[in-house]
Design a protein around this ligand. Structure first.
Ligand code: GDP
Ligand code: ZN
Length: 449
């Protein structure tokens, strides 16, 4: 990690498009640029250029953009060659960059260099991948706010407040007789409490962001023909699953992403979980089991005309014991019932019609609520599991510290808890990040970013 050799990659997605981009970064790009386009373009100006092969033949004609260090994405010299967006041309162009002295970039290596050169902190670098991977518009916006540094600023403020407090506590430890540096105990307590409540707010916002990023896995279970596919279509607002009159026709787990208030829900319509000798159906059931194992929520559908039957009990018993459950009593149009929500013994019970859509809004709201989404939460940050955990652990250290600050003689222990809390927070923006953490984060990027 931390090399400055020349790296190159195709930055646009594979396939055909109007424009394709090859990107090169490194410490001194001038020789490579001269080899390929025969002149050094004016920095940051679009320059119409011929991209030349080793033998001088023209590979493509397009726009060259040169960003000399330090004013570039990576902080190094960066060259972007925008050519015609076809796989053959792009590969020729990439090969040319390699023959002119670059090597193929690793996934995320451009962003890694941006991080190592101080262009981005670690939380911002992660949000680059999150902007690209976002599955809803709301998730993309959130990731963009993190990329702009909003999340990092809040973390930095907390770190600063902790640093100030640590200075006083440690000064008191070092110079116990010095009246001027000693902070009254009550002051330490109230400062700590203020930092803790701030951290709790950030943790709440980060948990919301993590919901937007990861989404919520929901499995639809129930007897054949109760309306699972119809409900899935109704939630998705389009015909994706197969609806039929013959029991057992949804043979496979069908995956559908639906967006509710910008939160991605990954719905899995399951094949009926029943004993069967049919090999195709068996395979479907195995996949269903795997999907259920990873789900955050289960929807059990029953036909309101019969209610919960013994087979449904068996399905509930086969679900992971702690998996939250919503019971949906479907087809209320057949009984001319009105949509309604009740609390049942296994979880909420919703009466609706997957056919007419009556009561779907009740279900949508319940799904959001059970996923832990608070639409009123402000300034949501696109956070990852790693961030949420760091915030949570830091909060634990602060809680210990607050406890200790109420006991006179524990100043050294208090100082230690504060140090640990601060270190945990700093790991979010990357001040103390180990190489293996960096490797783990950046290897998940796409190539060319
Ligand atoms: P699945 O096997 O559980 O996926 O059930 P389907 O979604 O394939 O539905 C089975 C049958 O029930 C189809 O004929 C649907 O049109 C019908 N159905 C589903 N939901 C409703 C509903 O709310 N009301 C009525 N009247 N029929 C429904
Ligand atoms: Zn179905």
């Amino acid at each position: 990690m931390g090399s400055t050799d020349l790296i190159a990659a195709i930055a646009t997605p594979p396939g055909r498009g109007g424009i394709g981009v090859v990107r090169v970064s490194g410490k001194n790009l001038s020789p490579l640029i001269i080899k390929i386009i025969n002149h050094i373009p004016m920095p940051r100006y679009a320059s119409l250029s011929r991209f030349l092969d080793e033998d001088g033949s023209i590979i493509d004609q397009g726009i060259a953009l040169y960003f000399p260090s330090p004013h570039s994405y990576t902080g190094e010299d960066v060259l972007e060659l925008q050519g015609h967006g076809g796989p053959a041309v792009m590969n020729l162009l990439l090969s040319r960059c390699l023959s002119a002295g670059a090597r193929l970039a690793q996934p995320g290596e451009f962003t890694l260099r941006a991080f190592l050169n101080g262009k981005l902190d670690l939380a911002q670098a992660e949000s680059v991948a999150d902007v690209i991977d976002a599955s809803t518009g709301e998730a993309a916006r959130c990731a963009m706010r993190s990329l702009q540094g909003e999340f990092s600023r809040v973390i930095d403020d907390l770190v600063q407040a902790l640093t100030d407090l640590r200075m006083v506590v440690e000064a008191t430890l070092d110079f116990p007789e010095e009246e001027t540096v000693v902070l009254p105990q009550a002051d330490v307590c109230s400062k700590l409490a203020a930092i803790q409540s701030q951290l709790d707010d950030v943790l709440t916002a980060a948990r919301q962001g993590s919901l937007l990023r990861e989404g919520v896995g929901v499995v639809l279970v129930g007897q054949p023909n109760v309306g699972k596919s119809s409900l899935m279509n109704q939630l998705a607002g389009e015909e994706t699953a197969i609806v039929t009159e013959i029991p057992g026709t949804t043979r496979d787990a069908i995956h559908e992403m639906v967006e509710i208030e910008g939160v991605p829900f990954h719905l899995i319509d399951t094949a009926g979980l029943r004993e069967t000798d049919d090999p195709v159906e068996k395979a479907g059931i195995a996949r269903t089991r795997a999907a259920i194992g990873k789900a955050d929520l289960a929807l059990l559908l029953v036909d309101c005309r019969w209610g919960v039957v013994p087979e449904d009990r068996a399905i509930v018993d086969s679900l992971p014991p702690k998996l939250p459950l919503i019971l949906v009593s479907n087809k209320i149009d057949l009984l001319a019932k009105v949509p309604q929500i009740e609390s049942g013994e296994d979880g909420p019970l919703i009466y609706l019609s997957a056919k007419t859509g009556a009561g779907i809004d009740l279900l949508r709201r319940k799904l959001l609520e059970m996923a832990g989404w608070h639409s009123e939460a402000e300034g949501i940050f696109m956070a990852r599991h790693r961030h949420v955990e760091a915030l949570r652990e830091s909060g634990e250290y602060l809680r210990n510290a607050l406890e200790l600050s109420r006991q006179e003689a524990q100043l050294d222990l208090l100082a230690e808890e504060l140090r640990a809390a601060q270190q945990m927070l700093s790991s979010i923006t990357g001040e103390f990040s180990a190489d293996d953490l960096l490797g783990e984060i950046f290897s998940r990027f796409c190539i060319g970013k």
